[in-house]
Every structure is written in C-alpha cells, then in structure tokens.
Design a protein around this ligand. Structure first.
Ligand SMILES: Nc1ncnc2c1ncn2[C@@H]1O[C@H](COP(=O)(O)OP(=O)(O)OP(=O)(O)O)[C@@H](O)[C@H]1O
Ligand SMILES: [Mg+2]
Length: 222
C-alpha cells in the first residue's frame, strides 16, 4: 500500500499535507507525533475512510479514490482491519461473536466464523472468556478482543490507532507484543499510531507527524 502526495482537509483546515508513505507485506510501520498532529487523519486516508483532497492512496495496484463506494467498502471489510484506542466492542455480543464479526460480515457461516475467532482468541490467551460480554472482561482483555477482531480475517493491512492507549504500561506492552506477533505470523502489515517511542523502535520503519506533515525517520546504524 502507498500514499503519494496526500492532502486532507476538514473544511478549510489542513490535517494532512503531502503525505508520502509505503508499506510492504508484513511490514510494521510506527507513527508518532503530538496530539492534533494528524495521525488519526492519516489513518483515515490510508484506510479509505475519508476521501483525500489531493494525491492518491494505492492498494494492490488500485487507487482507492477511483473505486465506487461498494467496492471500497468491500476492500475495507475483507482486506483491512482496525484497532481503536478503546477497543469499541459491541456490548450486546459475546467476546467470541465480537471477534468473529469480520468473518460474519464476509458471509462466513456462524459455526466456522466462531471457530476461527476461538482460535485467534486462544493465540491471545483469552479463549476461556469467549462467552462473556465485553462488560465482563478487564481493559487488557477487552483490548485483546479488539486485536482478535482486527486480525481474525487475516487482513492485508491492519490500522491501529493507539491500540493500547487505555492500558497501564505493563499491560500495554504485553498486548502490543501479542498483536505484533500475531500480525507478523500471518503476514499482515501494520500501521501503528503510538506515543510510546520504545514500541515505535520495534517497528520496521518509523515516521513522525507534526502539523500534518509526515516525516520518515532514518534508522540509526546499530
Ligand atoms: N472531524 C473533524 N473536523 C474538524 N477538524 C478536525 C476533525 N478531526 C480532526 N480535526 C483536526 O485535525 C487535526 C488533526 O487531528 P487528528 O485527530 O488527526 O490528530 P491526532 O494526531 O490523531 O491527535 P491525537 O493524538 O490527539 O489523537 C487537529 O487539529 C484536529 O483538531
Ligand atoms: Mg488520533
């Protein structure tokens, strides 16, 4: 996936300016930057959630801006995954049903979708919680459910916007580690927004964002 010369505005206000970024299969890209610098906005551009004002986002040889709404939604559902800061699980579904959601939306049969979700929950160490509601699990557990949901359909790219922002630092490190390991094991590329420079240091490539301007960090020789 790549973005070339991407601008995004909210009304007159620029949020992303001339962004250039590319990622290959299985690559982990970390983005750091101050509050309000445009990190979430950049994710929305890359994920095709918001249309860009200028430039182009390409995915698997196609320009997202050239796709119709249905085609774009289909790509988002099948090929992308999302982890949000607070997990955002559906309260009326069980843990397992939440994790299975992308597969259900893709039309997979319930028994198969739940089995696949159970497997991913197992890899994240929370298979025993599968029948609980989101309100009946801890913050770290709920974040693991959100990770399971983002990866259960083995997306090409997962966008993670401060995925452990609501967790204490020990828990955050553990969840992030499990998330990155799982993504790597299935070849899913990750675009990770984080304020944690130690986490960012473990990514394959790093960018910083400031006033809407994205800058690639050159890796120091070690
Ligand atoms: N829906 C919106 N309408 C108008 N302005 C917005 C909207 N969403 C974000 N902005 C503005 O765009 C800029 C970038 O916001 P964005 O949410 O991308 O920042 P961020 O880097 O993700 O910040 P944070 O670290 O706090 O999540 C900010 O100045 C913000 O106020
Ligand atoms: Mg944000």
């Amino acid at each position: 996936m790549s973005a070339n010369g991407v601008d995004l505005f909210y009304g007159e206000t620029p949020a992303v300016r001339n962004a250039e970024i590319s990622l290959t299969r299985g690559e982990v890209v970390a983005i750091t930057g101050q509050s309000g610098s445009g990190k979430s906005s950049l994710l929305y551009c890359l994920a095709g959630v918001l249309p860009v004002a200028r430039g182009e986002v390409r995915f698997e040889g196609r320009s997202l801006g050239a796709l119709g709404d249905e085609e774009l939604s289909a790509i988002r559902r099948a090929r992308f995954g999302f982890v949000f800061q607070y997990g955002e699980l559906l309260p009326e579904l069980t843990v397992e049903e939440n994790a299975a959601l992308p597969l259900r939306l893709a039309g997979q049969r319930k028994s198969e979708a739940l089995a696949a979700a159970g497997e991913v929950l197992g890899r994240l160490g929370i298979a025993d919680l599968r029948d609980r509601r989101p309100s009946q699990v801890s913050g770290g557990q709920s974040q693991r459910v959100a990770v399971a949901r983002a990866l259960v359909h083995q997306p090409a790219v997962v966008f993670a916007d401060e995925p452990t922002g609501s967790l204490d630092s020990n828990n955050a490190t553990a969840v992030l580690e499990e998330f990155l390991n799982l993504a790597r094991s299935q070849g899913t590329a990750v675009v990770l927004v984080t304020h944690d420079t130690q986490v960012a240091a473990r990514a394959d490539s790093r960018y910083t964002m400031r006033d809407g301007v994205l800058t690639a960090q050159v890796r120091e020789a070690s």
